[in-house]
Ligand binder design. Structure first.
Ligand code: G6Q
Length: 548
């Protein structure tokens, strides 16, 4: 397999970077009145402005050529067709089937998965409607008021992010909580204030063997039984979402209270499956369905749009341009507003677990950068914290800004302020403030020459910092579905161009294995000697510190 770095387009991009790498976006905008028109695109209800990037027509042409030479279009077909592109685990990658609202057949091992997908959706609908209407009651006949999703990683981050993002659609009398950390304070502080009679637990685990989730689920069960007493009441308060029927039954949850999903749904791509049950209960199944529709619209766009006007493709290519040709090490995601505050954490998993790999599909060590460090936070808060490094630090940090034109909570002109701040940041990052401008401003304010000489260099903002702006009219379940699917496909494209398997996570598995091996050592008699010097010593030290 040809390495990406050996492709003609890669080499051409290297030469091109040497030509235009130092060009300032100020000049690009000044010399081109139509830059915005050419470097923007729409996909359904999402609009992308990528004109504030260090690209020219030639850059985009070469990047598209790189995508072609990497076989992106062929790989895209393979994914949608249900081929087992997650070859290290022998699995198809079909989260797109979960939101396939057109219901066209999708085959895995010769069998159409759509009837099963639809059947589980129907069960989710029935269950979530019953809970919301108060038809599904707790063991004393009271309606459910609190839903606690117990899961971690892919079985937590998605539903949590979506429930927060769609809080405007939720009912105040049906709250959602998320317990993920094995640290006891997580479950204990969540249970405080909850009533076992009106609390429903969703134990969400694809494997149903994850140590943290199982521990939290057992703690929740004990807490529940301390009041309910009778094991027979568990059925009304514990449901499971899993692919592992045997383990679910062993836990004591009856098969009729288990919502299934399948091994072709990766954990970090699972919020569209029954892992989204807490979403359906908290914001309603209709809204959950709208989110699936939005994601499906993005799937179709990704599947059908030509590469040069394909939003996930363009975003992926821009990321590669900076990571591999400018040496950028990270990517910031900056949703403006408060509802999407957990989007960076969600995407951190989606992106870093997928493309944080260093061997290619042939098992060869890569000699080029792969997945960027994804980080971020919501604006305007970030402006008062880490943005300084983006403006004046030594690193190049491409950033995605995300905002809706309208708010669910119109109050005074606060949303206009949010918008103004976001525009100010993307503009300041790109335009900056040059030395002569700083000097002129200081002079106008009456500063003397020596003060100007001393202060001016500190006030220079170099600019030329790239950003994308993703804009939508309203923040709705539909646009949220589109947005999340946009990033999923962006990650897919980058994985293909970097020649990775973006769908396994052996690093995560290793951590799980080691934790299981270490746990019994903590209560074992005598000194631990099984590991390396540091690990042994730390375990033994902690054993000496633990309260009896
Ligand atoms: C996701 C990862 C990982 C996984 C969690 C939880 O792609 O595999 O984050 O989701 O480790 O796993 P379970 O759902 O099996 O408990």
């Amino acid at each position: 397999m040809t390495r990406p770095t050996e492709l003609p387009a890669w080499k051409a991009l290297q030469a091109h970077q040497a030509d235009i790498g130092a060009l300032h976006m100020r000049e690009m905008f000044s010399s081109d009145g139509e830059r915005f028109e050419r470097f923007t695109l729409r996909a359904g209800e999402l609009f992308l402005d990528y004109s504030k990037n260090r690209v020219t027509d030639e850059t985009m042409k070469l990047l598209i050529q790189l995508a072609r030479e990497s076989g992106l279009e062929e790989w895209r077909e393979k994914m949608f067709a249900g081929e087992k592109i997650n070859f290290t685990e022998g699995r198809a990658v079909l989260h797109t089937a979960l939101r396939n609202r057109s219901n066209s057949p999708i085959f895995v091992d010769g069998e159409d998965v759509m009837p099963e997908v639809n059947a589980v959706l129907k069960r989710m609908e029935k269950f979530s409607r019953a809970v919301r209407k108060g038809d599904w009651t707790g063991y004393t006949g009271k309606a459910i008021t609190d839903v606690v999703n117990i899961g971690v990683g892919g079985s937590d981050l998605g539903p949590k992010m979506v429930c927060e993002a769609l809080a405007s659609y939720a009912r105040a009398d049906l709250r959602a909580h998320f317990v993920s950390n094995v640290a006891p304070s997580d479950i204990i502080s969540t249970l405080k204030g909850l009533d076992p009679e009106t609390t429903l637990f969703i134990v969400a685990s694809k494997t149903f063997t994850t140590q943290e989730t199982m521990a939290n689920a057992h703690t929740a069960r004990e807490w529940f039984l301390a009041k309910a007493r009778d094991e027979g009441h568990v059925a009304r308060h514990f449901v499971a979402v899993s692919t592992n029927l045997k383990a679910v039954s062993a836990f004591g949850i009856a098969p009729e209270n288990m919502f299934e999903f399948w091994d072709w749904v990766g954990g970090r791509y699972s919020l569209w499956s029954s892992i989204g049950l807490s979403i359906a209960v908290h914001v309603g199944f209709d809204h959950f369905e709208k989110m699936l529709e939005g994601a499906h619209a993005m799937d179709r766009h990704f599947h059908e749009a030509p590469l040069k006007c394909n939003m996930p493709v363009i975003m992926a290519l821009l990321g590669i341009w900076y990571a591999n040709f400018f040496g950028a090490e990270s990517q910031a995601v900056l949703p403006y507003g408060t509802r999407l505050r957990s989007l960076p954490a969600y995407l951190q998993q989606a992106d870093m677990e997928s493309n944080g790999k260093s061997v290619d599909r042939d098992g060869q060590a890569v000699d080029y950068a792969t997945g960027a460090v994804l980080w971020g936070g919501n604006g305007t808060n970030g402006q008062h914290a880490f943005f300084e490094l983006m403006h004046q630090g030594t690193r190049l940090i491409p950033a995605d800004f995300i905002i809706a034109a309208n708010t669910h909570n119109p109050v005074r002109d606060q949303h206009a302020m949010l918008l103004a701040n976001m525009f100010a940041q993307t503009r300041a990052l790109m335009w900056g403030r040059q030395l002569d401008e700083v000097e002129a401003e200081m002079r106008a304010q009456g500063a003397d020459d020596s003060t100007i000489a001393m202060l001016a260099p500190h006030k220079v903002i170099p600019g030329n910092k790239p950003s994308n702006t993703i804009l939508m009219r309203d923040h709705t379940p539909y646009t949220l579905g589109m947005l999340v699917a946009l990033y999923e496909h962006k990650i897919f494209c980058q994985g293909i161009l970097w020649r990775l398997n973006s769908f396994d996570q052996w690093g995560v598995e290793l951590g799980k294995q080691m934790a299981s091996s270490i746990l019994p050592r903590l209560s074992e008699e005598g000194a631990v000697t099984a590991y390396d010097g540091s690990t042994n010593a730390l375990i033994n030290m902690v054993k000496g510190m633990m309260h009896p």
